[in-house]
Design a protein around this ligand. Structure first.
Ligand SMILES: [Zn+2]
Ligand SMILES: [Zn+2]
Length: 280
C-alpha cells in the first residue's frame, strides 16, 4: 500500500477552519479550499510537505459552504487539477441559488447574523460531479481510498474514506467550542449548521461501522471512532425525540424533516428533503 499522510491546513488558527492535504509519493489531493483568499495558507502547507500547487492531482470540495468551497475556483486555476464535488450542492457551487442554513443552536443563530457564511465566492462548475450514492475510487489520483456521498450537513456533502481507515468528513461532525476548534477539540459537537441530524447520525454510524478509526473535520478534530459513535448516538436520540433537546428547530432552514404524512422522508430515495420540498 502506498504511504499516504493526512496533513491539516489551518485556514484559521486553533482548528477553527481546516482544509486537508492527503499526500503520497506521487503527489496529493486537496480536501476543501478554505474561505476565499486562503491560497497563501494552502501554498505554505504544500511547501512544508515539499509540494507545490502543481502537485495537486484532485481538489475535493466536501460541500458548498464558503469556508470549504470559497477558494476552489482559484485553486483549480493555480493547480490545473479537476474539482470533484456532489450534485446535491451543485446549484450552490454554480452560485445559482442562495444556501439555506439550518442552525443547531445559539451560536449558529448568532453566527449567521455576521453574514460570514453568506460571503460570496467565485462560482465554479465541478469537473467531476458525483450523483446520488456514487462512490469514486481515488486510485487514479494516487490515493488509496474512496470518496462518497455522506449527506446530512448539506444535501451534497461528501467524505473521503482512506484505506488507512482515516476519514475526512468535512462538517458532518465538529469538535471544540463555538464554530469548532479552540479548546476541547477531542469533544464532538454539531457544527453551527446542519440540514438533517438523523441523516448525519446514520452516515457517521455507517463510517464507524466500516472500520474508520480517525475522523478529520473542517472545524476542530481529529476525533477517534468512539467519540464519533457517541455523538451519532446522541444525535439520533435527540433528533428522534420530540423534546428538541438538540435544538433541531431551524429559523433559516427550508429543508423539511417530516413529510406530510408524519413520516420522516427517506432522503436517500427522495434525493434529500430540500429537493422534495421543491417537488422533485
Ligand atoms: Zn459546512
Ligand atoms: Zn465549515
Amino acid at each position: 500500500m502506498t504511504v499516504q499522510k493526512v496533513s491539516r491546513i489551518s485556514i484559521l488558527p486553533f482548528g477553527l477552519v481546516n482544509a486537508h492535504i492527503v499526500s503520497t509519493s506521487s503527489g496529493c489531493i486537496l480536501v476543501d479550499t478554505g474561505l476565499p483568499g486562503s491560497e497563501g495558507k494552502i501554498g505554505k502547507a504544500l511547501s512544508a510537505l515539499g509540494l507545490t500547487f502543481k502537485d495537486i492531482k484532485l481538489i475535493i470540495v466536501t460541500h458548498a459552504h464558503v469556508d470549504h468551497a470559497g477558494g476552489a475556483a482559484l485553486m483549480r486555476e493555480l493547480s490545473g487539477a479537476p474539482i470533484l464535488a456532489h450534485a446535491g450542492d451543485a446549484k450552490y457551487f454554480r452560485r445559482e441559488a442562495a444556501m439555506t442554513f439550518c442552525t443547531t443552536g445559539w451560536f449558529g443563530r448568532l453566527f449567521i447574523k455576521t453574514n460570514l457564511m453568506l460571503e460570496p465566492y467565485v462560482g465554479f462548475e465541478p469537473d467531476i460531479l458525483l450523483n446520488g450514492n456514487d462512490a469514486l475510487d481515488l486510485k487514479p489520483y494516487g490515493v488509496e481510498g474512496i470518496v462518497r456521498h455522506t449527506p446530512g450537513h448539506t444535501a451534497g456533502s461528501i467524505s473521503i474514506l482512506l484505506a488507512s481507515n482515516e476519514a475526512l468528513v468535512g462538517d458532518l461532525i465538529a469538535s471544540g467550542i463555538l464554530l469548532g476548534g479552540l479548546i476541547m477539540t477531542n469533544k464532538a459537537k454539531r457544527p453551527p449548521f446542519e440540514d438533517d441530524a438523523l441523516t448525519v447520525a446514520a452516515e457517521l454510524r455507517g463510517m464507524v461501522g466500516t472500520g474508520m478509526t480517525k475522523f478529520f473535520m473542517g472545524h476542530g478534530g481529529p476525533l477517534d471512532a468512539s467519540e464519533v459513535a457517541r455523538h451519532a448516538d446522541r444525535l439520533a436520540a435527540g433528533a428522534m425525540s420530540d423534546k428538541n433537546i438538540l435544538d433541531v428547530s431551524a429559523n433559516a432552514c427550508s429543508c423539511p424533516r417530516i413529510s406530510n404524512d408524519g413520516l420522516r422522508l427517506d432522503h436517500r430515495q427522495a434525493n434529500y428533503g430540500c429537493a422534495s420540498a421543491e417537488g422533485n
